[in-house]
Design a protein around this ligand. Structure first.
Ligand code: SF4
Length: 379
């Protein structure tokens, strides 16, 4: 298939592995930002075939995973209200909040539905004028254009019974927070090509310069990732730090201007809490004042809900890249994709799910199996 098959060529991959191995003179730690990149790396065994000096750590770029418990709790509270139809992408239904998940609300009589687009929720609002239709608008820059379009359409149609529970987050502020963290070990980034396809990459050169980290924009196929790793290692070995775009078939410097315009019309910057990373200033979007009537938090006037801290799941450390999934004591024992204890095992983009689904049940670097019993989080 064009644009896929040629980026999965095994012979070319072998050459890239050999070339990368010939470049490396010391250890380097790279972070792939996006959960889609993580899944491709693990599925194709790229991390295991690289020279041992190159460590790949998995970044926070899984939208379901970084949605904080606070916002899940708000979703549960709204979904349980009478005359509310709560719409969400499927992954979110199993993400645990402080007191259960959306599946449990559904089993207790709440009208919770899986939709495939926010425009499905707009359609529901048109067809059900006596119900309040709420869409859980999570995600990065990639999902924001469709959510902005849904609100824009709802306003144009004069719908008063449609709203978004917004939990949008942005990639560049998260990269900056990772680099500023005292425990940071990231020396270079493989930036997410799909995010840059929407937003361009004009924000990255100042990050690369300020923190002296190479930032290489990649796609998601094995050769895309290997070329990104090769370019990052070339820069690191040469003592350089700049932005490179290895995904020009999709990404341009300026990005998708019409999508950016729609986002800018509907959303404005705000501070956000990230699961595992806490408050990050100006790291998300919320609805502008003109669209306040479509903001579910404003419409339903929820009180502050006390968050119950999770004492077992260590997905915060997974998302910060400080813990590998198969070093979590619960991994593969009490926590599996069928019995997930945290968002990084629920989501199809989560690092814990990737490790489980592709058989990384033990950490080969540790040469031992994880503990059998699940203990409380020692962190
Ligand atoms: S394996 Fe399960 S409990 Fe451990 S960090 Fe991942 S999601 Fe949380």
């Amino acid at each position: 298939m064009k644009y896929l098959t040629e980026f999965r060529d095994g012979e070319l991959a072998k050459k890239l592995f050999v070339e990368i191995a010939s470049l490396v003179t010391r250890t380097w730690t790279l972070m792939e930002v996006c959960g889609g990149q993580t899944h491709s790396i693990i599925r194709n065994g790229i991390d295991q075939l690289l020279p041992r000096q190159i460590q790949l750590i998995h970044g926070p770029g899984c939208p379901v995973c970084v949605t904080p418990v606070e916002q899940i709790d708000r979703a549960l509270a709204i979904a349980a209200l009478p005359k509310v139809t709560f719409c969400s992408f499927g992954d979110m239904l199993r993400v645990p909040g402080s007191h259960g998940d959306l599946f449990q609300v559904k089993s207790q009589g709440g009208d919770v539905r899986v939709v495939y687009s926010p425009l499905d929720a707009v359609k529901l609002a048109r067809e059900n004028p006596n119900s309040e239709i709420v869409f859980f608008a999570i995600g990065f820059e990639t999902t924001a254009p469709a959510n902005a379009m849904a609100v824009y359409q709802a306003k144009r149609l004069g719908l008063k019974n449609f709203s978004l529970l917004v939990s949008h987050v942005l990639v560049p502020p998260a990269m900056e927070a990772i680099l500023n963290a005292p425990e940071n070990s990231v020396q270079g980034f493989l930036a997410a090509g799909h995010v840059c396809s929407v937003m361009g990459y004009h924000q990255y050169p100042q990050l690369a310069k300020r923190f002296r980290v190479p930032i290489v924009i990649t796609g998601f196929e094995p050769l895309d990732l290997l070329e990104g790793i090769r370019r990052a290692v070339l820069q690191l070995e040469a003592g350089q730090a700049f932005v490179e775009n290895t995904y020009p078939r999709v990404v341009s410097l300026e990005g998708n201007r019409p999508a950016q315009d729609r986002i800018a019309e509907v959303f404005e910057l705000t501070d956000r809490i990230w699961r595992g990373m806490g408050w990050i200033p100006k790291s998300g979007w919320r609805l502008r004042e003109e669209y306040r009537g479509f903001d579910a938090e404003w419409k339903f006037e929820l009180p502050d809900l006390p968050v119950v801290a999770d004492t077992v799941c260590r997905s915060g450390e997974i998302l910060r890249g400080t813990l590998k999934p198969n070093r979590c004591p619960a991994f593969g024992n009490s926590c599996t994709p069928r019995t997930p204890l945290g968002a990084t095992m629920v989501s199809s983009e989560g690092a814990c799910a990737a490790y489980f689904n592709y058989g990384r049940l033990i950490d080969l670097n540790l040469k031992s199996v994880p503990e059998v019993e699940t203990a409380s989080c020692p962190a």
